[in-house]
Design a protein around this ligand. Structure first.
Ligand SMILES: Nc1ncnc2c1ncn2[C@@H]1O[C@H](COP(=O)(O)OP(=O)(O)OP(=O)(O)O)[C@@H](O)[C@H]1O
Length: 294
């Protein structure tokens, strides 16, 4: 049984279709990133998953149950974009208060350890830095030992060090066999922290795979060389080339088959190819290409 299953799920707001016949199956014990531009339907999908809103059509299942059943059974923990802490309570008091609401919570010390909060356990919430507040919110999301942890842009507006610490906490939780689904706008975070990346645009899945597969699928690799003042017209006609860019005396070819393109560049043209460099498409480029096409 999958941790998450969306079957032809659509959700409209009035005339606007936010999620469009979404099919999604996420097995247990995976860490999955949901990526997409603003307005792609990420937050709507998460609200559907948590049972905060109902689909206009289609069904959502979480561990084979309705989202409402899974959430009320304590199977799902969520860290959403808003949520404030009680200023007068310490970190330990806040976490302990929430964990006691669950039938089978994690131990207080364990939560503080996973969320990297042990050092500030006795500090009041109104004395915490932004990164520490996010880690407390993360701690509250894992307090009930949920099998599925959902994080909606957990590192928005955090500095690099705070982001690193939060991801380390997330990975520690995921390593225990839990399923994690997170959204982020930081593409490198999806690359580094998820074993599967699902790209959505306009309410539909436009790519689904490992970060490496998504990079390979969206334009593959690049070959660039110093072209100087030589004519560039033939480059676009080389096999498997999907794009040519000329800048500062260099030509960059985007290709789905690097070997075939380079062989043709040498054998099939009279160009003097100097300073050849090979690059992979990065996830950011892949992401932009995918969401533009959608
Ligand atoms: N409560 C609402 N009422 C009307 N339209 C909404 C509502 N919530 C979302 N939408 C619309 O649905 C679409 C999807 O929005 P959603 O917030 O799910 O996208 P998102 O991918 O989470 O975007 P972001 O990255 O900006 O948070 C957008 O066009 C948005 O304007």
């Amino acid at each position: 049984m999958n941790a998450i299953a969306f079957d032809q799920v659509s959700r409209s707001y009035g005339d606007a279709l936010a999620v469009d016949r979404l099919d999604l199956e996420i097995p247990r014990a995976r860490t999955v990133a949901l990526l997409g531009p603003n307005g792609a339907g990420k937050s709507t999908s998460i609200s559907l998953l948590l049972g905060l809103i109902r689909p206009t059509s289609g069904t959502v299942r979480v561990f084979g149950r309705t989202p409402e059943e899974a959430v009320s059974g304590g199977e799902v923990g969520a860290m959403l974009q808003d949520g404030t802490l009680i200023p007068e309570l310490t970190v330990a008091e806040t976490v302990d208060f929430i964990r006691r609401l669950y039938p089978r919570p994690l131990g207080l010390a364990e939560i503080l350890r996973i969320a990297d909060l042990t050092e500030v356990a006795k500090r009041r919430a109104d004395r915490l830095s932004g990164g520490q507040i996010q880690r407390v919110r993360f701690a509250l999301a894992i307090a009930g030992a949920p099998r599925l942890l959902v994080l909606d842009e957990p590192t928005a507006a955090m500095d690099v060090e705070s982001r690193r610490r939060l991801w380390a906490s997330m990975r520690a939780y995921a390593a225990d066999g839990h399923t994690v689904l997170f959204t982020t706008h930081y593409l490198e975070e999806a690359d580094e922290n998820a074993d599967r990346v699902i790209v959505i645009a306009r309410g539909k899945v436009v790519a689904d795979g490992t970060a490496a597969e998504i990079k390979a699928g969206a334009g593959g690799q690049t070959a660039s060389f110093a072209i100087g003042g030589q004519p560039s017209g033939a480059l676009a006609t080389l096999p498997h080339v999907s794009g040519v860019e000329l800048r500062s005396g260099r030509a960059t070819l985007r290709t789905a088959d690097l070997d075939a393109t380079i062989a043709a560049l040498y054998r099939g043209t009279t160009l003097d190819v100097r300073d050849l460099r090979i690059g992979g498409a990065d996830l950011e480029e892949a992401f932009l290409a995918l969401t533009r096409e959608a």
